[in-house]
Design a binder for this molecule. Structure first.
Ligand SMILES: Cc1ncc(COP(=O)(O)O)c(C=O)c1O
Length: 415
């Protein structure tokens, strides 16, 4: 086939003339392929999917009902642009009631997002010039860094390691990087490590940002999913509003991933800049969805029920993994369990399989034991297991957990 001239038109940021020609297969595609192969080899068997990064249930019925009511209102039909007052005010109330953050001005310090992911793509446009550096944690959710590089920015990775409770070592950033750095992106409770931040760490972050003239973006997509106590907002830290923003989302807190709604809150000038770029990017989320999300923010007990389910499942999964020899520790929040990957597995008939990466372990677990996990090799070899696996009720959860235990018992793991 002759090549179309279109092949020469792609931007360098997505590969330029080579766009679409790479043979590289990315992690999630490899997982999908391994699942297909496993099902072909074991027709009729069930893959236990611990790789899913989103809730297994739909939004609560009262929230769906709220959406229906709001969708029928003619005044909600049009472009929402940067939103009306309903979600902004609910967000300010939520931050005070749920996170203890007082004094958020809903008019100037909150604007909705079409999900956190959208906000993470918009913010670099407001802040990054060519050559500016973004400090990002790895392993992590790379979206902001990807967009920063689209604008000619650079990413400096801060590894998250167990010995530092998966908090980045801010003092490790070289002076030359700090001179170019403009943004520090954090996410707690963290995907994929499940780790939580502490007020002391956030206080250190505010000081670090002030000293080095950085903007802090705290991605709080999992903030509300805590197993005990109150969610920790970065904005509860003295001085945080002078240096940064926090991104909240209805996706995980209220089982609303597909609804695409969240909010950006914090420093007035930064919120304004986000709003200005957003205005040139999207026309706002449907007001009926924003209003249903606002209803949720006034009903945080919904998140309480969701978190209680994850906590119960997490207890079960930690037990199963400990019994199989894994080093598993229940996190304080999120739905992710992050465990060191085994170095080898010895099967019942004495065959020893050595693993050189978490990815190899993950592929083996899918194809040989029909258990799907997500591997991370960025800062040590780890597996991420999510308790959002499909199960109808607590009895079904126990069946799934028992199945995982039975399958893992088919091999002995070495670490
Ligand atoms: C750390 C993190 N941030 C943001 C998102 C995206 O959230 P939203 O659905 O609000 O766009 C995810 C989704 O997996 C995530 O893991």
């Amino acid at each position: 086939m002759t090549e179309s001239y279109l092949q020469n038109l792609f931007a360098e940021r997505i590969g330029g003339r080579l766009y679409g020609k790479s043979q590289a297969i990315y992690k999630f595609e490899k997982i999908k392929r391994a699942k297909r192969a496993a099902l072909a080899d074991h027709p009729g068997d069930e893959i236990i999917d611990l790789g899913v990064g989103e809730p297994d249930e739909m939004a609560f019925p009262e929230v769906v009902q709220q959406l229906c009511v709001e969708a029928r209102k003619p005044q909600n039909r049009g472009y929402a642009d940067n939103g009306d007052d309903v979600l902004k005010q609910a967000a300010a109330r939520y931050l005070e009631r749920v996170c203890g953050v007082k004094g958020i001005n809903p008019e100037t310090e909150v604007i909705h997002s079409i999900g956190t992911k959208a906000a993470l793509t918009i913010l670099p446009a407001a802040l990054i010039n060519p050559g500016d550096c973004v400090l990002m944690t790895v392993p992590g959710y790379p979206v902001l860094g990807t967009h920063a590089t689209y604008y000619g920015g650079l990413v400096h990775n801060l590894p998250l390691r167990d010995e530092r409770q998966f908090l980045p070592d801010l003092e490790s950033v070289p002076a030359a990087i700090l001179r170019k750095a403009k943004l520090l992106v954090l996410n707690y409770p963290n995907n994929p490590t499940g780790a939580s931040a502490t007020p002391e760490f956030f206080a250190q972050v505010v000081g670090f940002a002030r000293r080095n003239r950085l903007v802090v973006i705290h991605d709080a997509a999992y903030a509300a999913l805590v197993y005990e106590g109150q969610p920790l907002s970065f904005l509860a830290t003295p001085g945080a509003k002078d240096v940064g923003l926090e991104l909240h989302s209805a996706s995980k807190s209220f089982n609303m991933t597909g609804w695409r709604c969240g909010f950006v809150v914090g420093n007035e000038l930064l919120v304004k800049a986000y709003g200005d770029v957003k205005d040139n990017t999207d026309s706002g989320q449907f007001l009926a969805i924003q209003h249903a999300a606002a209803y949720c923010l006034d009903h945080p007990e919904i998140t309480g029920k969701i978190a209680a389910k994850y906590s119960r499942r997490m207890d079960g999964l930690v037990n199963v993994l400990l019994n199989a020899g894994f080093k598993a520790r229940k996190p304080k929040g999120s739905f992710f369990l992050y465990v060191p990957a085994p170095k080898a597995a010895v099967t019942k008939n004495g065959v020893r399989i050595e693993f050189h990466s978490a990815e190899e372990v993950s592929q083996w677990l899918i194809t040989q034991q029909l258990i799907s996990t997500v591997p991370w090799d960025d800062a040590g070899a780890y597996l991420r297991l999510s308790v959002t696996f499909a199960a109808r009720d607590p009895a079904d959860e126990n069946r799934v957990l028992q199945t995982i235990a039975d399958r893992l018992a088919l091999a002995q793991f070495e670490f």
